[in-house]
Design a protein around this ligand. Structure first.
Ligand code: AMP
Ligand code: MG
Length: 481
């Protein structure tokens, strides 16, 4: 019925890793968003799920066929401090096996309290759940690995945050919800069998070629670091700020996960912080690569007992593995920047060329996305007319382009494939979310539609893609999710 093919490989792990729990029913649920393209990819019966049946399932009021609901346990370093966590408001229904064979978690976020709720109410507010779906869809269309929202259902119940808000449940689809913090959880219990089980499970599920590695835990550390290096480079290339890069929010599958106070930068400034609770700028835009590396060091610590029985030897091996991250990141990022500038070849001075553009953008308070859009569509001369300080860099870039055996058409085409013209602009996201909270869904639909083709220069949508007017007050996002 309805296309569910749910399996439960995670629930075969030792009981330390989860607790069975039923979603808590809600009073009066109704759809706000149902992500039809994603439902189709998953082999779900869209027509059947567009009915009250779907609403009942995506609100937690009725379990889909074959569900085995659990809350997952994990730990994490939050702003540097180690804590035991777990799904305090999320319930995993199972793993959907899609028609193409892909296995994905189906999770209800905001579905009620669990053993890990601590003092939380187990619920989520409509605005933040819509935000997670919108940004996730944008990231997906940008080609960035991410969890995705399958549905957002309003519960018809209030949730109490800084202000009273409408409650909502997000159905989240993820390659898995395995986190750095999942492995930290096992390590914190000093349970070597559990640690071995979770490492084996992660390898089977996400890195099957490592099964026969000489040191599987070390190979896993290498592989996760590699995926994270590529992922964070992609964030930096589009100006995405995650906002809460705690180790429990770092996915072992290499997807962007747990969208909270995240946002895209407008004016370029590496010190950009959106989250109202990130006072020190720990998770500032320019700090994200260093924080990813810090999180991987915590991952390495958790893995040490499995890397080698000799503690010193384990530490040496882990250190050598971690040293690769900076290089991997730099390579992924610089290659991406070359593509953004239309460069097919590599020269030693490319790094300086990129750095100097970013330095100009910082000084000129230039919009990050828009600068690259203008470069991708012959706007560079207009930029120089508007601000002569752009001239010297422009000359260097043109000279650099002239040194590669490619014509202008090829350059433009490469650039347009790497410089999105539509990103989820904060002011537009806020407008769409407030409209949706007031019952008007159309702006959200239009935004989602535009975000699905971020690289389409033939369909300019200035009202959604243009930078905002200069703001007096910096944009802030709140964790009150
Ligand atoms: P997050 O900031 O979303 O990554 O969440 C950090 C931790 O707080 C996780 O263990 C969540 O399950 C938990 N949490 C967040 N909000 C709530 C809530 N309203 N009720 C219960 N637990 C929550
Ligand atoms: Mg989290």
């Amino acid at each position: 019925m309805s296309g569910w093919r749910l399996e439960h490989t995670y629930a075969k792990l030792p009981p330390l890793f989860y607790t069975p729990v039923e979603p808590t029913p809600v009073r009066d649920p109704h759809y706000v968003v149902f992500n039809v393209p994603l439902a189709l990819e998953l082999g779900l019966d869209v027509e059947a799920l567009e009915s009250d049946d779907g609403v009942a399932i995506f609100s937690g009021n009725r379990l889909p066929d074959g569900a085995f609901p659990i809350a997952q346990a994990y730990a994490g370093h939050q702003f540097g401090t180690f804590t035991a966590l777990g799904d305090g408001r999320a319930i995993l229904l199972g793993e959907q096996v899609a028609p193409d064979g892909r296995r994905v978690d189906i999770q209800l976020k905001g579905a009620g309290q669990t053993r890990y709720s601590r003092r939380g109410d187990g619920r989520a507010a409509l605005g933040p759940m819509l935000r997670e779906l919108v940004i996730g869809e944008a990231m997906h269309a940008l080609g960035i690995p991410t969890t995705r929202g399958l549905a957002v259902v309003a519960t018809g119940e209030p949730v109490y945050r800084e202000r009273v808000q409408q409650g909502a449940v997000l159905t989240r689809v993820a390659s898995s919800h395995l986190r750095v913090g999942t492995v930290q959880w096992a390590a914190a219990h000093r349970d070597i069998d559990a640690l071995r089980a979770i490492v084996g499970y992660t390898i089977d599920r996400h890195y099957p070629t490592l099964r026969d590695a000489e040191r599987p835990a070390l190979a896993l550390l290498d592989a996760v670091a590699e995926r994270q290096a590529v992922l964070i480079a992609k964030w930096q290339l589009v100006g995405f700020v995650h906002g809460v890069m705690n180790t429990d929010n770092m996915s072992l599958a290499g997807e962007t996960i747990d969208y909270g106070p995240c946002a895209f930068i407008d004016v370029y400034d590496p010190a950009t912080v959106f989250s109202s609770i990130d006072m020190q700028g720990r998770y500032a835009f320019g700090n994200q690569p260093a924080i990813a590396e810090w999180n991987l060091a915590r991952f390495a610590e958790a893995l040490l007992p499995l890397i080698d029985p000799d503690g010193e030897r384990a530490l040496d091996l882990a250190r050598a593995s971690l040293e690769r991250f900076a290089r991997l990141y730099e390579r992924a990022w610089l290659d991406g920047m070359r593509a953004k500038l239309g460069l097919f070849t590599a020269e030693d001075d490319d790094r300086a060329l990129v750095d100097d553009l970013l330095a100009w953008m910082t000084a000129a308070k230039a919009d990050f996305t828009w600068t690259f859009v203008e470069l991708s569509r012959d706007g560079a001369d207009a930029m120089r007319r508007a601000d002569p300080s752009f001239g010297p860099w422009l000359e260097r870039w043109r000279a650099r382009l002239a040194r590669q055996p490619r014509d202008a058409r090829e350059v433009t085409s490469l650039m347009r494939r790497h410089n999105p013209i539509v990103v989820p602009r904060n002011h537009r996201v806020e407008e769409a979310l407030s409209a949706a909270e007031q019952g008007s869904i159309a702006p959200l639909g239009a935004l989602l539609d535009a975000l699905r083709d971020p690289y389409d220069y033939t369909r300019p949508r200035p009202e959604l893609s243009n930078p905002p007017p200069p703001a007096d007050v910096p944009y802030r996002t709140f964790c009150g999710t």
